[in-house]
Design a protein around this ligand. Structure first.
Ligand SMILES: [Zn+2]
Ligand SMILES: [Zn+2]
Length: 342
């Protein structure tokens, strides 16, 4: 099977296509013929060499997988040959403390797909059945690959973690990215007024189409002043922070009394300064989160079926052009998600 191998990370990562044997299946493993696999910022950070911890040598990246089951191992009871599936980004064990609490995305024995184990930038991928969800028939497999990450990740953050309510105001940073465009749609589906923050003026119109009520273009300016002007000095109830350090200060400054900030992404400079008093006087809550459960992926699939979310895949590349896709991501030139199709 053809696999895209990360030979060496760095600003210009070395990626090669390698012919590999099909992996042997263990108990409860399934072999999936990959239809599509999203290119996540996580993959970009591993390629760049920023994320190194726990990454397998010569890893095949990619955890946003859709495909068809072509072989099942002993004891597989959830799928059969021909099942159409999508993956979450780890393989949960099903019986550790986190799994039992319904937080399988943080399974203590979970192995990150396309990180600790080989992922979906290949013709086939071997996955434990616990990492997969069956898709409804007739689903568009090009978009189903991103139901778990980034759509499910944004869905978990906004509904379960920040608990955004209808009638509240939500601000989304990195609005044109994979997390951003789906955060806008989910916040809108909840019934919130949505403020989208982007550094790319050419994305403004499309962000409005996604459901943003206000689009704020940022350069060096502190966008919290714009937010305060647009909200009569009240601020927003929820910030969905998809960028991290670069926008954190303005995001914090945009929060209303009792505001919640949920951090999903960390691109660029890592450290921020917080004055404790600022949190106290705002009664603010700052939360981090990542991942989504299989149940959340199923909920996303049903929201897509009902037309509440339209997953955005803007471009598709063959494995051979992974470096081009990487470059576009690094330069923030992509909208929504780009995918690789082996
Ligand atoms: Zn991802
Ligand atoms: Zn577990």
């Amino acid at each position: 099977m053809r696999s895209l191998v990360l030979e060496e990370s760095g600003e210009n990562p070395r990626l090669t296509i390698e012919e590999r044997e099909l992996p042997p299946l263990g108990p409860r493993d399934v072999l999936v013929r990959v239809h599509a696999c999203g290119l996540c910022y996580h993959d970009v950070l591993v390629m760049q060499g920023v994320l190194r911890r726990g990454v397998k040598e010569r890893v095949v990246l990619g955890h946003e997988i859709s495909g068809t089951v072509v072989q099942v191992g002993e004891g597989v009871d959830s799928f059969q040959v021909g099942s159409q599936v999508a993956s979450i980004f780890t393989e949960p064990c099903g019986d550790c403390e986190q799994c039992r609490w319904g937080r399988e995305q943080r399974c203590v024995r979970g192995r990150g797909i396309g990180h600790r184990i080989d992922g979906g930038f290949a013709e086939y991928v071997k996955l434990h059945q616990n990492a997969l969800v069956s898709l409804p028939s007739g689903v568009d497999m090009d978009i189903a690959c991103i139901y778990g990450c980034p759509v499910g990740v944004a869905y978990n953050a906004i509904t379960a973690v920040a608990q955004l309510q209808a009638g509240e105001r939500a601000l989304v940073t990195g609005a044109g990215g994979g997390l951003g465009v789906h955060s806008i749609q989910i916040a809108r589906a909840v019934g919130a007024e949505v403020f989208a923050v982007t550094s790319s003026p050419e994305k403004e119109e499309r962000l409005r189409e996604m459901g943003a009520d206000h689009v704020i273009l940022v350069g060096d300016l502190d966008f919290s002043e714009v937010v305060m002007a647009l909200t009569g000095n009240v601020g927003v109830d929820v910030v969905v922070e998809n960028v991290g350090g670069l926008t954190f200060r303005s995001s914090l400054g945009s929060l209303a009394q009792f505001g919640r900030m949920v951090i999903l992404g960390a691109i660029g400079p890592g450290r921020v300064e917080i004055s404790p008093a600022e949190l106290i006087f705002r009664d603010a809550r700052i939360m981090g989160t990542g991942g989504a459960t299989r149940q959340q992926l199923r909920e996303v699939a049903s929201l897509v079926e009902q037309g509440h979310i339209h997953p955005v895949v803007s471009q598709s590349f063959p494995l051979e052009e992974a470096a081009t896709a990487y470059r576009l991501m690094r330069e923030s030139k992509t909208f929504g998600r780009v995918i690789l199709k082996p």
